[in-house]
Design a protein around this ligand. Sequence first.
Ligand code: C2E
Ligand code: CA
Ligand code: CA
Length: 743
Amino acid sequence: MNKQHNEQIPAGKNALSRKDPGEAPHRAWRILIVDSDPRVHDDTLEALRGTLIANRPLTVLHAYSTAQAYDILDQEKEIAAVLLSTTIEAGDASLHLIKAIREELGLQDLRIILHAKHACNIPQIDAINRYDISACKTAAELTPIELHAALSAAIHAYRHIHAINLGRDGLNMIVQASADFMTVHGLSRCAAGVTTQLAALMGISPEGLVCAQEDIAEHGNLIVIAAAGRYANQISQPLTTIDHAGIRDLLQRSLRERRNLYAEHGTTLFFQGNGYRDVAAYLESGAHLDHFARNLLHTFCTNIAAGFQNAALFSKLQTIAYNDPLSRLPNRFHFVNQINLKLRSPERNKYSLALLDIDHFAETNDALGHNLGDRLLQAIAQRLKSSLYDDVIIARTAGDTFGLLGPSVHLTPSNLTGQFQEPFAIDDEEVLVSVTIGLLNLSDTGNNGSDALKEANIALKRAKQHRRGEVSYYTREMGVEIQERVKLLQALRHAFDNDKLFLVYQPQINLSTGNVVGVEALIRWRTDDGKMVPPGRFIPLAEHSGLIVSIGEWVLRVACLQQARLARQGFGHIRIAINVSVSQFRHPRFPFVLRRALENSGADPRCIELEITESMAMEDADTILHTFAKIKKTGITLAIDDFGTGFSSLSYLQRLAVDRLKIDRSFINELTTSERGAQIPEVVIQLGQRLGLQIVAEGVEEASQAERLRELGCHEAQGYYFGRPMEVPVLMEWLNTHQVQPV
Ligand code: C2E
Ligand code: CA
Ligand code: CA
């Protein structure tokens, strides 16, 4: 900074006005004289001595060259007007300065008054328009009165333009903040911005404005709803956080006594709430506020007060929308938002997402009762909250699933399972639970929180598939696999719609006579390029998607038609076994679908057997029992497939009135290979004899196996040793060369 620049006019000496003691210096209008002639500076000062414009004095800055003027304008703030000599330097120097003021420095509010020695030094009209020059006067014209008039007009213009621009900035801030205006945070930001603008507009220091009202949440307490400068951080905080006792007292009293109060350090204005809570605004020097400023402040305060009331309601709504009332943890929505935030942070790769699913919660819930089940969930939430690190976010994402989001170093499998080592005390009961965990590193996912949660769920399902109590990390391969499954499912739908599925039939043999007693219908899918997709791959997909209901209906229809056709061709005693999935069985229309398939085909119900797997039979016992009781009347028989792999209750099997047990292939494999291999088939066969059930052995591949089974008393067998699953023409040939035993 140069010498002249510092030469600001001190009060009483060069100052041109009477100054109120204690008045902030920037309350004076600042003008800059740009002239190389020191006499012009002196004369101007003299002419303006004592001048007040809009009740405010003037402060004059001096520049003796255009370069110096440029520096001052670049560094000083809020200069209202420049008095510039057109002949300060040779050529167009003054015009260059004006151009720089408007274009480089971007000072649009600043008013420019030109004065020229002679009329011929006055610039062209278009320059005057282009650069928004307020006045051009020759030396002869510029009498002290003229100067005063020109300056007064320029400063009034400056004031209005400046106010408009400030208002526009304030408006911008409000618009920017309005996206989250319904939150206290957004409101605070907005209030801080507007208060700053307001302070500037009213010509008070931004430090000197604090607005307070009664806290909506805590009756009797006051909160700061708007403040500027030093106190801006206190917005939405209790009034007690303002460190100035004088300000606190004045605001409290004003609200209590419902009136304006004046003190030496400032003024407090009371605004009645009009349906909202009352507001009090503290101003460092309120005495100078004119009517306009008071109105402005009133409007602002009541709006902000209303905003705070709305924000309080909104935050209540948010609490409801984003929190789980049972566990008092964030819910799924909130959790997804948090994941989204984390995914956008630069340190996302250091974070993990875990889903903890309580094993067998449904059973525990049934055993404990729902009330205690809820308490168990609360206890788990509480333990996770208190024993995990603070930077781990915990949410309840589904009935018995908790979601955790935090640094990967904290969300290790051992850390997580470690939380469940000790039992939970529910009333006097000690409940020990285990969890299955799906984990996902945020580095392994895209940018979408809800996708990330889905992927963690994939990992969780994978862990459950293996064994409960397991932990599984999500890998991109899992995602690829899911995509492939989706593609396969689409292809399956297409194949089904275009009749690309067909049935094959595998013979079942009576072991004591060697005769054929039945066939099992097995589905086949040959793709357009001739490849076979094994049912072990597409049936689970069809089950998962619900497509199995339609496919199963088709299988029933075709198999029944085939039974009727076999009967017509002289094989009327051959039983056809049809595999039925649990979702098919559960479907309320199933008995109807079955009856219709029987009626439409003319099949003999006594020669139709349904196979359901053991695990499935146990899964939904009541429904199966109910449905089967209905269809049993038709004469249809029931076989339990894959017997020995599940956990059947024998009494339940009896109630189901099962006709046949199919010993799972895995036991047949071991039959002749190990000494103890015959144990399970032996037990099953004895069991069957005792319960009056027929036993079928599956997957018999060798004569020795068939022989051993016969010795053990097994009734029937099925497997490659006797015959592979065959398409109908091959089957017919096969049947013609094999003996068929009447039932
Ligand atoms: P499953 O009901 O246990 O069917 C027996 C499976 O063992 C069949 O496999 C059959 O081809 C195979 N198999 C038969 N004998 C032998 C043998 O000696 N050795 C060996 N290693 N395997 C033998 P497939 O046809 O691949 O069917 C697999 C599973 O797909 C079936 O198991 C059944 O659960 C399901 N499935 C097949 N067709 C249908 C259907 O129409 N509906 C439903 N819901 N499921 C079906
Ligand atoms: Ca089967
Ligand atoms: Ca089986």
